[in-house]
Design a protein around this ligand. Structure first.
Ligand code: NAG
Length: 295
């Protein structure tokens, strides 16, 4: 009868030893209150490799602002609950993605040194991919076929000059596509064909002089299309764009101030918000001038 009474004492004596055998996690963690998952913060720790010993239930892993030269998805296999992975600002030159991460939803790779799109085959649940400010200079046909659930794709600030017509084939859930600040000189007519859910398209800061007729799928309404900072060639070839964006069929040409025109002397097109709808705006820059006339 005495022996059971001793048991708590024995256990208490063992406890410090038991604790010291499990090393503390390499980075602080807390519950992310919005997503209700474990968030581990390894931001800015001068790490040259993915640390070992991360909590097994890690849902969000911040590894941004370190100095990882390359990373392999194999390093995250011990983290089956991983949803969001931030690898921005590392100087990454390669991402090896042979090992699948079936739960990964967000992959942030902005401000690295990637020259090619990483293989996305093992990331079927991906809904957000950020590759802004890398060194991508081309995309393969159907480059995103493996990630059909993608909703947000950020390719801003790369070195893309042209795109294959089917670059975004199969992205039927995509809502936000950012191609701004690249070196795009022209775009293929069918580029947006599969993007049935696209709400916002960023094309500002490129070298576009025109867009091909039929570029914007008929009947598709966008919330925002950003077109500023391109050397738009303001002549009759832009009438297509005017008609599509400014004078959608069945809509009043409710643009304030300036409007479309088709005259060689035309130097500007409208900028502003659609009348009576303050939320949906189309932003447009084509040089300033006051020689425009309504179509
Ligand atoms: C992560 O830690 C860094 C530095 O330790 C801090 O500056 C940053 O705000 C933290 N990030 C989050 C999302 O808590």
């Amino acid at each position: 009868m005495r022996f059971p009474a001793l048991l708590p004492l024995i256990l208490a004596a063992l406890q410090p030893a038991a604790v010291s055998t499990a090393p503390p996690p390499p980075c602080p963690w807390e519950m992310n209150k919005v997503k209700d998952i474990v968030e581990v913060n390894c931001t800015g720790r001068d790490l040259g490799a993915v640390p070992a010993g991360l909590p097994e239930d890690t849902g969000i892993l911040l590894l941004n602002a370190n100095r990882l030269p390359s990373v392999s998805t194999a390093a995250f296999q011990p983290l089956p609950a991983l949803q969001d992975l931030d690898l921005s600002d590392n100087g990454l030159r390669a991402v090896h993605a042979e090992a699948p991460l079936p739960s990964l939803k967000e992959l942030l790779l902005s401000r690295n040194a990637l020259e090619a799109l990483p293989a996305l085959r093992g990331l079927p649940a991906l809904s957000r991919l950020a590759l802004a400010h890398n060194k991508l200079h081309a995309l393969a046909p159907a480059a995103f076929r493996a990630v059909p659930q993608l909703q947000d794709l950020d390719l801003r600030g790369n070195a893309l000059r042209t795109l294959p017509e089917d670059a975004f084939a199969g992205l039927r859930a995509l809502k936000d596509l950012d191609l701004s600040d690249n070196a795009l000189e022209e775009l293929p007519a069918g580029l947006l064909r599969d993007l049935e859910k696209l709400e916002t398209l960023w094309l500002s800061g490129n070298r576009l002089r025109a867009l091909p007729s039929g570029f914007f799928p008929e009947g598709h309404l966008f919330a925002y299309v950003f077109l500023t900072d391109n050397p738009w060639h303001c002549d009759c070839s832009l009438v297509y764009l005017c008609k599509t964006l400014f004078l959608a069929p069945g809509k009043e040409p409710g643009w304030q101030g300036r409007s479309c025109c088709c005259r060689r002397s035309c130097t500007c097109l409208g900028a502003g918000k659609a009348k009576g709808n303050s939320e949906k705006g189309l932003f447009w820059g084509c040089g300033l001038g006051h020689h425009c006339r309504p179509l």
